[in-house]
Design a protein around this ligand. Structure first.
Ligand SMILES: *[C@@H]1O[C@H](CO)[C@@H](O)[C@H](O)[C@H]1NC(C)=O
Ligand SMILES: *[C@@H]1O[C@H](CO)[C@@H](O)[C@H](O)[C@H]1NC(C)=O
Length: 214
């Protein structure tokens, strides 16, 4: 049986005698209907800065918004209409500085969540996620801001060697064991000292969690 939805708009007409204009005050029941949220994109935040090494830890559950997981790499977590800086990276194969790998890990060992991005991060000014047609356009935006070689950060930028911690697999020992490097996720370390008052757009491959096409 067909269902008919009827939307009743109540129009109240009043006459504004001062200006001689008809003023229409619309009171609509549509206001009470909860619209589905728009498309969402994936964001990271900055967790902390380690001044000893000049590095940041960025990731999913990071400031601002500290209670529980604050990103969603499967469907996105932030409306694409909102303004967020893009997190940009330049990978120059910098060897891992001797930061400690803290935490106990989860589904994966702790190293997975404490990877090294082999380079630097920086943030653009805030923009709508909607403004980019595809990943290449976000990369071009990073290049415009910071120069050649800068591209959008991704969920899997962090690289690790199982057993790395402090000086173990850092500096030349990291570089000499490049064959052991694996890809991590959720959080990572990078040279940089980015802002911590907002989250940032990042990219993820193979998931419908970006504001732009792959
Ligand atoms: C790394 O070393 C620190 C300091 O010794 C230690 O507390 C931490 O548990 C170690 N991390 C791992 C993953 O073993
Ligand atoms: C944000 O960074 C500033 C320094 O840049 C620091 O003083 C402040 O504690 C940080 N805020 C949080 C919530 O970590």
């Amino acid at each position: 049986m067909p269902t008919i939805f009827t939307v009743i708009a109540v129009l109240l007409l009043t006459f504004d005698s001062l200006h001689g204009q008809d003023v229409i005050l619309e009171k609509s029941p549509v206001e009470n209907i909860k619209l589905p949220p728009g498309p969402m994109g994936l964001t990271f935040g900055k967790a902390n800065h380690l001044s000893t090494f000049g590095i940041d830890r960025v990731g999913c559950s990071a400031l601002p918004g500290s209670s529980g997981p604050t990103c969603n790499p499967y469907t996105g977590d932030t409306l694409c209409s909102l303004l967020r800086p893009v997190l940009c990276v330049k990978v120059d194969n910098s060897p891992r500085p001797p930061y400690l790998v803290l935490g106990t890990g989860a589904a994966m060992p702790a190293y997975f969540y404490a990877g090294w991005n082999l380079g630097h991060i920086a943030t653009t000014l805030p923009v709508q996620g909607f403004q980019f047609a595809n990943r290449a356009a976000v990369n071009a935006f990073c290049t415009m801001y910071f120069g050649s070689g800068w591209v959008v950060a991704t969920f899997h930028d962090g690289k690790y060697i199982a057993g790395m911690n402090g000086t173990t697999y850092s500096a030349s020992s990291w570089a000499l064991n490049a064959a052991l490097i694996q890809t991590g996720g959720w959080h990572y370390y990078s040279y940089g000292d980015v802002r911590n008052d907002t989250r940032f757009w990042i990219h993820i491959q193979g998931q419908p969690a970006n504001c732009w096409n792959p």
